[in-house]
Write a protein that binds this ligand. Structure first.
Ligand SMILES: NC(=O)c1ccc[n+]([C@@H]2O[C@H](COP(=O)([O-])OP(=O)(O)OC[C@H]3O[C@@H](n4cnc5c(N)ncnc54)[C@H](OP(=O)(O)O)[C@@H]3O)[C@@H](O)[C@H]2O)c1
Length: 185
């Protein structure tokens, strides 16, 4: 992957892995846009890294995704990184199913919607990449379903190694990473 002169949009770029990626891309001559809900977190990143473009948006909302796609047509690398993990256990009984819905909407539905909306823009460019990071505890399901959706929509066959599923349709390369947990769940 060419790591310079890209336009990279990173969901969940205001903290953790997303912020680390934003800093790295930004330090290597790329235009970087980060997306997260909290204006406070975005302002704090902006204060430290004024070159990073910040966008306050909730990626579970369809209209927010439409606005991002319309505003950033020059994106050639999309990093689906935003994710949430709510503490709810089937053993103790789940009182609030909205938490579970939010987890599925954020960690799975949003990356699918973002891919669907950005792919036509990505195809219009020469070298493009779609990177999706899934939580390891959920990975076996979203990994495969996400890949099946892409495979169906793009009519191509994915290949897989131990930590990364990839799918390549010229000029687009899609990678799905399943990172190990940094601390036990
Ligand atoms: N940490 C780990 O051990 C680990 C391991 C493997 C995979 N992962 C995966 O890697 C990704 C990043 O993990 P992390 O630990 O770096 O997470 P993190 O520090 O908790 O950051 C999550 C980011 O997602 C944003 N976000 C959450 N919901 C959002 C929404 N609806 N719309 C827009 N932005 C939203 C958050 O910002 P706001 O709150 O401001 O929206 C924040 O910037 C996640 O998908 C996670 O599942 C993490």
């Amino acid at each position: 992957m060419n790591t310079k002169q890209n336009v990279v949009l990173i969901t969940g770029g205001s903290s953790g892995i997303g912020l680390a990626l934003a800093k790295k891309f930004s330090s290597e001559e790329n235009k970087v846009i980060i997306v997260s809900r909290s204006e406070q977190k975005l302002a704090s990143v902006k204060a430290q890294f004024p070159q990073i473009i910040t966008e306050a948006a909730d990626i579970t909302e369809e209209y927010s995704i439409a606005k991002l796609v319309a505003k950033y047509k020059d994106v050639n690398i999309l990093v689906n990184n935003a994710g949430v993990h709510h503490e709810c256990s089937f053993r103790n009984g789940i009182e609030d199913f909205s938490l579970l819905r939010n987890e599925i909407d954020t960690n799975f539905v949003a990356p699918v919607m973002l891919a669907e909306k950005f792919i036509p823009e990505l195809f219009a460019k020469k070298k493009t990449r779609l990177l999706s990071i899934f939580h390891p505890t959920l990975a076996s399901v979203p990994n495969r379903v996400f890949l099946c959706i892409l495979q169906l929509r793009l009519q191509c066959v994915p290949f897989q190694n131990h930590s990364e599923c990839s799918l390549e349709v010229h000029p687009l390369r899609c990678s799905i990473l399943c990172l190990p947990l940094s601390k036990p769940p």
